[in-house]
Every structure is written in structure tokens, then in C-alpha cells.
Design a protein around this ligand. Structure first.
Ligand SMILES: [Zn+2]
Ligand SMILES: [Zn+2]
Length: 202
């Protein structure tokens, strides 16, 4: 899987364009644009590398991750995928504008060419936060950051859920690359070793 990172919006959200090297099938993860002009480098990249966009996937429903959904959906006419419990964020933001979203749940599979991403439900930051697990990588949204974790003090957030979700992430293969919703990439083993939020029992 080839991952290209575009940092977008005022909150510096990582929008990932993840594609299959062999088939060119592609998903756009978290296009949280503030300005439509921020889409241009992403659109260019997709055009120049001749990618075939299949889905837009939101790791959760916060504005800084979904605001570009409509723009990319209009361009590529593909479903927007979000966990059932975060669907309302998208409906609330753009009522009636979207065709039916593809609703995700724990254990669901997203095919990208001959690679598969598995949906891991990781509530805590929002009720419908998800991580996407591939063979060598995991997209963690605002659940796990390099050296940090997502806030749990927004409506619907839960520190108890967050702890359970982080536990699930720490059971993943140690060598998985971590692609978070904000900030630098990491590796599961590195977070296990040094992330202060994963090592305390509080
Ligand atoms: Zn968020
Ligand atoms: Zn965010």
C-alpha cells in the first residue's frame, strides 16, 4: 500500500491518500479541508499517478476530518464511509447533499485493490472513532498519536472507552506503522515503549 500524506486545515489534519501499487485503487482518508484550494495538491496527485478513487473514509466525524468530503465526493462520485455511531456528524454538516454513506462497523473490511483494511472500532475520542488496520500499517485517526492520544472531553468522548481502545491497539503487531490523524507517523512498538498515555494505569 502506498500512502501519501497531505496536511490540511487549521488543525493540521493528516489527509491520507492510500492506494494499491498494483491496481491503483485508492481511498482518501480524512479530507478535512478548510479551503477548497487545499484540495488541489491532492487532486493533482491522484490525477498524475492515475489513481482510481473507490471510497472516502472518515476515521471519525469531527469537522477537521470531514470538511472536504463533499468536494471529493462530487469529484469522484464515491461513497463516504464512516462508523455508524459517527454518521450523524456528516448528516448534520451537509444535510441531504450526500448519497447514502457506507456505514462501517467493527471487523468490516475495506478493499483497496488486492489489499484489505480492517475496521477496528476504537471509541473514546468520539463514539464512532475507528482505526484501519492493514498488513503493515494502521491509520489511527484521533485515537493514537505519536507520543499522545486524542482528547476525550468532547461530547460523546469517554476516557474509559479510550483506554479499552488503546489496549486493542497495543495488541497489534509491533512493527505496524502508525499513521495518526495529526502529527508525525510512528510504529506500534515505539508507542508501546515511550507513549506516556499507554504506560500508566491511571
Ligand atoms: Zn477529532
Ligand atoms: Zn482531528
Amino acid at each position: 500500500m502506498i500512502v501519501e500524506t497531505f496536511t490540511v486545515g487549521m488543525l493540521s489534519t493528516n489527509c491520507y491518500v492510500a492506494s494499491s501499487q498494483e491496481t491503483k485503487e485508492t481511498i482518501i482518508i480524512d479530507p478535512g479541508l478548510d479551503l477548497s484550494s487545499e484540495a488541489n495538491p491532492i487532486l493533482n496527485y491522484i490525477t498524475v499517478t492515475k489513481l482510481n478513487v473507490k471510497f472516502i473514509v472518515n476515521t471519525h466525524g469531527h469537522d477537521d476530518h470531514i470538511k472536504g468530503d463533499a468536494l471529493f465526493q462530487q469529484k469522484y462520485n464515491v461513497p463516504i464511509c464512516v462508523h455508524t455511531l459517527d454518521e450523524h456528524f456528516i448528516q448534520d454538516s451537509e444535510k441531504g447533499k450526500f448519497p447514502p454513506n457506507l456505514l462501517l462497523k467493527d471487523g468490516g473490511l475495506i478493499k483497496v485493490g488486492n489489499e484489505t483494511l480492517k475496521v477496528l472500532h476504537t471509541p473514546g475520542h468520539t463514539p464512532g472513532s475507528i482505526c484501519l488496520i492493514g498488513e503493515k500499517l494502521v491509520f489511527t485517526g484521533d485515537t493514537l498519536f505519536a507520543g499522545g492520544i486524542g482528547r476525550t472531553d468532547f461530547p460523546g468522548g469517554s476516557m474509559r472507552d479510550m483506554r479499552n481502545s488503546l489496549k486493542k491497539l497495543m495488541e497489534l503487531p509491533l512493527n505496524l506503522l502508525v499513521y495518526p490523524g495529526h502529527g508525525e507517523t510512528s510504529i506500534i512498538v515505539e508507542e508501546k515503549r515511550s507513549n506516556p498515555f499507554l504506560n500508566s494505569d491511571n
